[in-house]
Design a protein. Structure first.
Lengths: 436, 327
């Protein structure tokens, strides 16, 4: 008995030691052995939010039977972004093709050694497909390296609630509304008229901060950062003007004071808390229709944005330098940013094509939205991009806007602190971040 | 425990071997080695894994904290104690520390007291006992993220359940995020919802090990149930209470997901950082913006020290206030 037990024990110890050894070697064994059976290549595509690529990937795989695409959706941009930074620094983990938002793009252009030069892979031939500003944003200052190809742009329009307009006695058809809100002053004046009617409880605009992006993008060539990436947010008069105008509207009771992306903001759509919201193309089906729900179908409509045009958001696809399959990855990125890929994404997620052939295609141009009372979205958003001016955002735009200026402006809107105090705090914080 | 288990059988095995005419030398030596070294091998897996996943990261964090190390740009310059110097003067760090301690106190103290009382109730003979005992741990097995999302909705300023309920009895809506203490309270509520049952179950386990006759003789001497609870139950489960206090301190100081979800997924933790905890600030510095790895590492180390200090303070406090058996 005891002998057997002892032997058993020796065996167990040996097995255990082997197990530990195996366990530690397993860590170092690379798992990117992806060139599977029959010379198939597996590509990993990482995107955030909703790029609308389900169908496009199927089409791509059908056309390229040797390539298999694994699409990893990484949650929102703020979830994906930190992970990507770590993977790029660690030299592994990032997908073969990754989505980059324009607000963070310049940060990567500054550190372009982490990415493959798409010009080396033959991207030069695609230049004519894109608006010049969209192309140049992903280009290094010396023009020798391109790190991303444009997916969507965020052409701007004004989404409004027809039913609430009607209750307040305002015109409801989109041509007349577009005429009545040609400038931001017109827009605010109409808002006052809307409120003065006294017939609606809903506010005019969702939040004072909604004004900021479109207003600055239309009226300035730079936002928080000068072209040398130095912080100019505190001296850019257009930003201060947008800040003051937005908070003035809040003070007059024209805004619903709903903090964007919060649970209250989500609920505000269903609870009919506001009548208008500046909406980039990606916001229409993906956000407004989803949050307002089927009961509000047909109550929304889309007019042109005050000030004529503008851009808000939009992304790129890039190929990290760590990829093992740059050629195949390029094929995928090229397809997804081609006219076909753009139109498929538009159909699925309402993402507006950034390629000129995509915008000109009848599939986009002729598109109407059932949810938004049959509004000709293709035409409205297409036109807004034609009037678009390139705006330089700077490497830390996204961080300064989303984590500093917007929260401070919201705090001022809710009356937590005065506009002046919030402004000073926001600018101090932004300066600190920009310097660090 | 492990050493007696490991050592006992060979002793028995060795005795008959002496009476055997010719013990095989090699197997005898093997037996000696077995006796001497196998206990270490048995416990080795823990230490090997701890070394790889515990000790190494810990020491590496110290190393990284001495550098000006930015992940995205790849800057990596030796900076000595500069990170620590900047950190001690960083108002946002101290704000985060204040929030963390506040949320910790607000959540842990009621949590452990309620858990103790709950365990005492469940320690009785009653119908559906097992069901109830299992029921109180159910919150603990729900996903933190799901809990966070739901509580963020319940405590929404405008369309939230709590403000609606308050409204029905004529109380003004509370600004659940703009008011620092209201936000702490809501987050503490979330933590307690998940962890009270878990701690109650641990207490219950300890209570069941207390001999019944102690209570019987106390009853005979006329001690009330309340007195029995304080004079018998609590002192006898004191080691368990200390255990839960330490574990809660460790967990409470690292609180991250609850306040993050409560702030709609923003690491800022409120417009004015009303509920940004240390873990959130570490995340903000380390993984967003410039990805300041060195600075984040320095902060992680200070957090580690704070946890040790607070765990020791709590340990001393509880040991002094709960009188155990004097041995």
């Amino acid at each position: 008995m005891s002998v057997i037990r002892r032997r058993l024990r020796t065996v167990a110890v040996a097995a255990l030691a082997a197990g530990v050894a195996l366990g530690s070697t397993a860590c170092s064994k690379s798992n990117d052995d992806e060139a599977g059976e029959g010379g198939q290549v597996k590509l990993v595509l990482q995107t955030f939010s909703n790029f609308g690529y389900d169908q496009a990937i199927k089409d791509f795989e059908a056309a390229n039977p040797t390539i298999k695409v694994e699409h990893q959706r990484m949650g929102e941009l703020r979830d994906f972004q930190p992970k990507l930074v770590q993977w790029l620094a660690a030299g592994s983990g990032a997908g073969d093709v990754v989505g980059l938002e324009e607000g963070v793009l310049l940060q990567y252009v500054q550190n372009h050694d982490k990415f493959t030069n798409l010009l080396d892979l033959g991207a030069g031939e695609l230049k004519a497909n894109f608006p010049e500003w969209k192309w140049n944003n992903a280009l290094t200052p010396d023009g020798k390296k391109l790190i991303g190809l444009g997916t969507d742009v965020g052409g701007l329009a004004m989404c409004y609630r027809k039913d609430l307009f009607q209750q307040a006695g305002l015109p409801t058809d989109r041509e007349t509304v577009s005429q009545r809100i040609k400038t931001w002053d017109d827009y605010i004046a109409l808002g006052r008229e809307y409120k003065a009617s006294g017939k609606v409880k809903a506010a005019w605009l969702d939040s004072a901060t909604s004004l900021m992006q479109p207003y600055v993008m239309q009226n300035s060539e730079v936002f928080f950062f000068g072209k040398d990436n130095s912080f100019i947010g505190d001296t850019n008069p257009v930003i201060r003007k947008a800040w003051d105008t937005g908070l003035q509207m809040a003070a007059e009771g024209l805004t619903a004071k709903a903090q964007r992306w919060s649970a209250d903001w989500d609920a505000a759509f269903k609870n009919n808390a506001f009548a208008t919201i500046p909406c980039p193309a990606w916001m229409t089906e993906g956000i407004i229709a989803q949050r307002s729900g089927p009961t509000n179908a047909g109550k929304w409509d889309i007019a042109t944005i005050p000030g004529g045009g503008g851009n808000w958001g939009g992304s790129y696809l890039a190929i990290p330098a760590q990829t093992k399959h740059p050629k195949e990855a390029y094929l995928l990125a090229k397809y997804l940013t081609s006219k076909e890929g753009h139109l498929a994404a538009f159909k699925e997620a309402g993402a507006m094509p950034s390629s000129i052939p995509g915008i000109e295609d009848p599939a986009f141009k002729g598109k109407t939205s059932e949810y938004f009372s049959g509004a000709p979205v293709g035409q409205i958003f297409g036109d807004s991009v034609k009037n678009m001016k390139p705006v330089f955002l700077g490497a830390k735009h996204q961080q300064v806007w989303e984590t500093i200026v917007e929260p401070q402006m919201q705090a001022a809107e809710r009356g937590q602190l005065s506009s002046a105090a919030a402004w000073t705090k926001a600018m101090d914080e932004a300066k600190k971040v920009s310097a660090g | 425990m492990s050493s007696t288990v490991g050592a006992a059988p060979p002793r028995r095995a060795a005795t008959p071997a002496r009476h055997r005419p010719q013990p095989r030398r090699s197997s005898y030596r093997l037996g000696r080695w077995d006796l001497k070294y196998s206990p270490y091998l048995y416990v080795a897996p823990f230490f090997v894994l701890f070394g790889i996943f515990g000790l190494f990261p810990l020491l590496y964090t110290v190393y990284v904290s001495l550098f000006d190390y930015e992940l995205l740009s790849g800057t990596r310059e030796f900076a000595g104690l500069e990170n620590y110097r900047v950190l001690l003067a960083d108002a946002q760090f101290w704000n985060a520390a204040y929030n963390t301690v506040g949320i910790f106190v607000l959540s842990t103290v009621p949590q452990l007291i309620v858990a103790l009382l709950l365990a005492n109730l469940l320690n009785r003979q009653m119908r559906g006992r097992t069901l109830l005992r299992m029921g109180i741990v159910v919150p603990n097995i729900t996903s933190v993220a799901a809990v966070g999302i739901i509580f963020a909705l319940i405590f929404a300023d405008r369309y939230g359940l709590v403000n609606w309920l308050l409204g029905t009895v004529g109380i003004d809506p509370v600004a659940w995020r703009d008011n620092r203490y209201a936000s702490w309270l809501a987050i503490a509520f979330m933590v307690d919802w998940r962890w009270t049952g878990y701690n109650a179950l641990i207490y219950l386990g300890a209570m069941q090990a207390i001999p019944r006759d102690l209570y019987e003789s106390a009853s005979l001497d006329g001690a009330s149930a309340w007195r029995q609870f304080w004079q018998i139950t609590v002192p006898l489960i004191r080691p368990t209470i200390l255990f839960t206090v330490i574990i809660s301190t460790i967990g409470g100081f690292q609180i991250f997901t609850e306040p993050l979800m409560y702030g709609h997924g923003m690491v800022r933790g409120g417009a004015e950082h009303e509920f940004q905890t240390l873990a959130m600030y570490i995340y903000e510095q380390t993984f967003t913006g410039n990805a300041e790895y060195g600075y984040g590492a320095a902060m992680s180390w200070l957090l580690f020290l704070m946890i040790i200090i607070f765990a020791l303070i709590n340990f001393a406090l509880v040991r002094r206030s709960v009188k155990g058996e004097q041995k």
